[in-house]
Design a protein around this ligand. Structure first.
Ligand code: FES
Length: 214
């Protein structure tokens, strides 16, 4: 049985339910600090709670809507002889791990920003596995099977001024997954402004309003 379930509540917070009888430790982190995971945990996703990371009901005052407004996914596909890498911009959380750790392969600020021929196959695979949002995925061209392994250990990282990074086998009540999404590795919006809710799409990078507390 999976230990955890996540339910995005309509126009409200994310409900994380611990399905075991114990208080779980070392699974939930806020700003890198471990927190106990109680039976039910309501995590703010409107970006304005005064008791971050938990919901305090402020979403009602701001008329938060959890509607997904994405009209079309932004997908880019890069091919080389040995590997195909797919980038789904609509679920990219902007961690920039790829650009910082593998600058030969990934060049920010350019439309044609992935240069597969500049990296080894090991580096390309490592960069995809290091992507916290699952926006990058790959297929080895020799057998067409996606080689990305499922993440086995549950971890929920609530990033200060950023999204919730989720890893591991967790039941999540989501109506529709994005294309090429990794169901054991994804990031959820907590600023309330993503077009692709409940997923993070890096909209938090453009918020200037002081009323946000996330
Ligand atoms: S979702 Fe309830 S206060 Fe943010």
């Amino acid at each position: 049985m999976k230990k955890l379930s996540i339910e995005p509540i309509k126009n409200g917070p994310l409900k994380i339910v611990n399905q075991t009888k114990e208080t779980l430790k070392d699974i939930l982190f806020y700003d890198c600090q471990a927190m106990n995971l109680a039976k039910t945990n309501l995590i703010c996703r409107c970006g304005r709670s005064n008791t971050q990371p938990f919901c305090d009901g402020t979403h009602i005052k701001y008329k938060f809507t959890s509607q997904n407004d994405l009209e079309e996914e932004i997908l880019q596909v890069y091919d080389s002889k040995s590997v195909t890498v797919t980038f789904n911009r609509s679920i990219c959380a902007g961690s920039e791990n790829c650009v910082k750790k593998f600058p030969d392969i990934y060049t920010s600020g350019s439309n044609d920003w992935i240069n597969l021929e500049k990296g080894t196959i090991e580096d390309i695979i490592a960069s995809v596995e290091d992507c916290p949002s699952g926006a990058l995925s790959y297929t080895l061209n020799k057998n067409d099977d996606c080689q990305l392994e499922d993440c086995q250990k549950e971890k929920i990282d609530i990033i200060k001024h950023g999204p919730i990074q989720v890893r591991g086998p967790i039941n999540i009540k989501i109506e529709k997954w994005s294309s090429f999404a990794n169901k054991t590795k994804f990031t959820l919006c907590r600023c309330g402004n993503s077009q692709n809710k409940p997923f993070c799409d890096y909209s938090h990078a453009n918020l200037k309003d002081d009323s946000y507390t996330f």
